[in-house]
Write a protein that binds this ligand. Structure first.
Ligand SMILES: [Zn+2]
Length: 162
């Protein structure tokens, strides 16, 4: 879905949603678009940027906003495309490191706290495990000195992947 700011010939500006830019053009060509204020059928795209912008457009919008443009402010995320790419690369590296770490680790699900304690206190075979723990359990384990760490990337429990 994409939203456009549309304008009738009487300068009423309104927002409308379309499946695509082509969908808008089709509805415009067939005269299906009406101004909600006056019923005018002469509808054109307003000069404002579409709410769903491509990466390139978003940058332009951000730059216009920063330059103190007199246009109505378009909300944009305070992140440039370059930063997004860097964060994506970081997240990918992080996910790979995590996958490597838990690759030969045993999934123990919500029994993590019990299993971690058993291993830590020598009641179970030493091995790397991963599973789920609530914040309270995590705090208790850390207080007891268990070497636990939160997984930075959410993973799908193996029993839920099929
Ligand atoms: Zn109108």
């Amino acid at each position: 879905m994409i939203s456009f700011d549309l304008k009738c010939s009487h300068h009423h500006v309104f927002e409308a949603w379309f499946r695509s830019s082509a969908d808008f053009e089709l509805q415009q060509a067939e005269g299906l678009l009406l101004c909600p204020t006056c019923g005018d059928q002469k509808i054109a795209k307003s000069v404002m940027a579409p709410a769903v912008a491509t990466k390139g457009n978003r940058k332009t919008a951000a730059r216009q906003g920063a330059a103190g443009s007199s246009e109505e402010a378009v909300p944009v995320a305070a992140m440039s495309g370059d930063d997004a790419e860097r964060i994506n690369a970081l997240m990918t590296a992080l996910a790979e490191a995590q996958a490597k770490m838990i690759g030969d680790s045993e999934w123990v699900g919500d029994r993590f706290a019990d299993k971690a304690r058993a291993i830590y206190y020598g009641e179970a075979e030493p091995r790397i495990i991963h599973g789920t723990a609530n914040p309270e359990q995590t705090r208790e384990m850390l207080d007891e000195g268990l070497p636990v760490a939160p997984l930075l990337i959410p993973i799908a429990p193996p029993d839920k992947t099929h």
